[in-house]
Design a binder for this molecule. Structure first.
Ligand SMILES: [Zn+2]
Length: 684
């Protein structure tokens, strides 16, 4: 551990310049001055890897042919002269022809024996001599020369998809074959899907070898420069995280505007308190690296990022002289605002009482499960219904469940939502069962725990707490409805919730309590023959059961997937009412408008509470435009809070007396892109 006082634990604002070879003639002093004036506190700047931006002595490390002097060294001096930190950017994932010709065996070759060449660069194999040795020599050379404040590594790990989005095939080099045979005593898979019995092993192989590679890089840095921060992607070894927000136009519609909040929540869940940023990519997508996003999209991203405790990173190709310059002034204004208020926005902890379970294993092994095609949108539906229901929520990550403090992580919540979390390990199941035993509530949907963490089917449900024991039949393609009786939940005007897709008929435990009823599939034509029939026997659509001091609720279908697709309020309401029975949020927001609400507190900073509001009204399908300001919102805080202030609007806010439910209400000033309300809590 580094101890106290490292710079990345303070508020920071990175401008990442990705240099082109032709940028070698730039004026470092002028750039440092401009980045400082722009509002950044850190610049990310090229050092080496594919091309060196300094006079490297390593013969297989290509020098930028446009390089006259020592650009990296001059930039570091200029940055420090302006009071900026500098993160050195390395791309150790590829070499140029000179390296490839000297050592072709260091580089990726697919099953056909073809190298993964792209514009004269060659993808290095994680298990080859470039990644294992030469790249580390490049790194050492850079670190010996330059006292960098941080280091960033582009595109580490397995990258079978090239810049053009073409899948080039997994590596079949001799190193991969030997290492895989060593680990699993079998040949590499021929097909890259779960129809090949070796594929699941290959996924594990990639995780283990990537982790070892990240460790080698981390240790190389620390051996030379213990105080240089290693910026990582959340997996492997790192000091702080850089996650990246960008649009890929090839992603399936609809446009997903919540990427920053999703990444920041994941960063918080995974990071053991380490700092994380969500780099807002200035351009639309990689083929159009100079076509800027709108300023409003950047501000929506930054609003979500700070609402979820993230640091700030703005990622440009080239420098601050973009051909589409519209975002630059608004982003600069935001950075200056962040410089003034960053102390209230960073190093904070969420006070959410609800968590959405982020199951990486279910994502990785989606192809091995029945609901693999629906899984992502089910998760996003759950995300949206929590956000649109204005429930402050965090992620809990399965990638932390092997940790010693995993039970403590879970215990911070009243409710954990498992949205089609198909792949759960025995340990995860034990932890989640214990969470319920001790008074927590689990709301699980779909294929919850029907597979282990490597995607292998289980004989029953992994979770002991669930009101079901065994799957009887997985029915797909259902086009029917779920009936709500008048005395079930609070649906005064709604008797039917449409159901399309999966239903998991399961054996209920004797003490399971049933509510809502699956109806038989009706005719859908001709209309004379279409009527809702009463079911012959009851198939409950919600099952629940007490387990210890808590409760486990199981919905054997995917209402959140339907919500993602169709946006009908009853599916959202169903989930929110179940959550509301078990958890009362610390803050509530009333008034019309699409707004995300989070609440955070800085440990050790007395009683300072920050409530964040993010306005999505400027987003319409794929367009991100100026949002209309949201007027008339009211914020209720279930705590003794004194006067506060709006960090964006600037005015004072004054909560009234607490109401019968314990909420003290205040009028929120008009919210443009986002707002952060700072409140002092009375000492307990
Ligand atoms: Zn290989």
């Amino acid at each position: 551990m580094l101890g106290q006082g490292v710079w990345w634990e303070e508020p920071y604002r990175i401008v990442q310049t990705n240099l082109r070879l032709i940028d070698a003639s730039l004026d470092p002093g002028a750039l440092a001055c401009r980045v400082r004036a722009f509002g950044a506190s850190v610049i990310t700047f090229n050092v080496g890897g594919i091309y060196a931006f300094y006079p490297t002595e390593l013969p297989l490390h290509a020098r930028n042919p446009h390089l006259a002097g020592d650009l990296t060294g001059e930039m570091l001096a200029a940055a420090h002269g302006e009071g900026l930190r500098m993160i050195g950017r390395f791309d150790l994932s590829k070499g140029t022809r000179v390296a490839y010709e000297a050592h072709p065996e260091w580089f990726v070759h697919n099953a056909a024996g073809e190298p993964q060449e792209y514009n004269g660069t060659y993808q290095a194999c994680v298990n080859g001599g470039w990644a294992g040795d030469y790249a580390l020599r490049i790194l050492r050379e850079g670190l010996e020369r330059y006292d960098l404040d941080g280091v960033f590594f582009n595109m580490t790990g397995y990258q079978p998809v090239d810049y053009s989005g073409r899948h080039r095939g997994m590596c079949h080099c001799a190193n991969c074959k030997a290492a895989f045979a060593d680990m699993f005593a079998r040949d590499l898979p021929e097909r890259e899907d779960f129809s090949d019995p070796a594929f699941a092993d290959y996924l594990l192989f990639k995780r283990r070898t990537s982790k070892a590679a990240a460790r080698r890089i981390y240790e190389t840095v620390k051996a030379l420069r213990p105080r240089t921060g290693v910026m990582g992607n959340g997996r492997g070894s790192f000091d702080f995280m850089r996650l990246e927000i960008q649009r890929e136009v090839s992603r399936p519609a609809p446009e997903w505007p919540h990427q920053p909040g999703e990444l920041a929540r994941w960063g918080a869940a995974i990071g053991r308190g380490k700092a994380y940023s969500c780099a807002s990519t200035n351009f639309l997508d990689f083929p159009w690296r100079y076509a800027s996003e709108t300023p409003h999209n950047h501000l929506l991203r930054f609003g979500q990022t700070i609402a979820n405790g993230g640091q700030i990173d703005f990622y440009l190709l080239g420098l601050l002289d973009q051909p589409n310059s519209a975002p630059l002034q608004p982003v600069s204004d935001f950075l200056h605002w962040h410089a003034a208020h960053g102390e209230h926005l960073t190093g904070t902890r969420s006070l959410a009482r609800v968590a959405l379970y982020h199951s990486n294993a279910s994502e990785v092994h989606a192809g091995a499960t029945r609901t693999g095609k629906e899984r992502k949108n089910a998760f996003r539906g759950a995300y949206r219904l929590l956000l649109e229901g204005r429930v402050p929520f965090d992620f809990v990550s399965d990638e932390r469940m092997a940790d010693e403090d995993a039970a403590e992580l879970l215990a911070a919540y009243d409710v954990i939502v498992l949205s089609d979390a198909a792949c759960l390990s025995d340990r995860e199941a034990d932890l989640l069962d214990a969470f319920v035993e001790q008074g927590g509530t689990i709301i699980a949907t779909g294929e919850a725990g029907l597979y282990d963490e490597r995607g292998r089917p289980r004989p029953g449900y992994a979770l002991e707490c669930l009101p079901v024991s065994r799957l009887v039949e997985a029915e797909s393609g259902l086009e029917t409805s779920v009936m709500v009786a008048p005395d079930e939940l609070a649906f005064p005007e709604t008797r039917l919730l449409h159901l399309d897709g999966w239903f998991f008929h399961a054996e209920a435990k004797p003490d399971a309590e049933a509510s809502l009823t699956l109806l038989p599939t009706p005719n859908y034509g001709p209309p004379e023959l279409c009527f809702v029939e009463a079911p012959a026997g009851r198939v409950p659509a919600v099952l629940s059961r007490r387990h210890g001091k808590g409760r486990a609720i199981y919905l054997p279908w995917l209402p959140e997937w339907l919500y993602f697709r169709d946006g009908m309020p009853e599916h959202r309401e169903l989930m929110l009412q179940l959550i509301g029975q078990a958890s009362q949020p610390l803050v509530r927001v009333e008034g019309a408008g699409p707004v995300e609400v989070t609440v955070r507190r800085k440990p050790g900073a007395g009683g300072e509470l920050v409530v964040h509001l993010v306005n999505y009204a400027g987003q319409r399908q794929s367009a991100y435009e100026e949002p209309p300001a949201l007027h008339g919102l009211r914020l209720g805080v279930r705590a003794d809070v004194g006067q506060g202030r709006a960090l964006v609007g600037g005015g004072a806010v004054k909560p009234g007396a607490r109401d019968a439910q314990g909420y003290a209400w205040l009028e929120v000033p008009a919210v443009k892109h986002f707002e952060a309300i700072l409140l002092q809590m009375a000492e307990a």
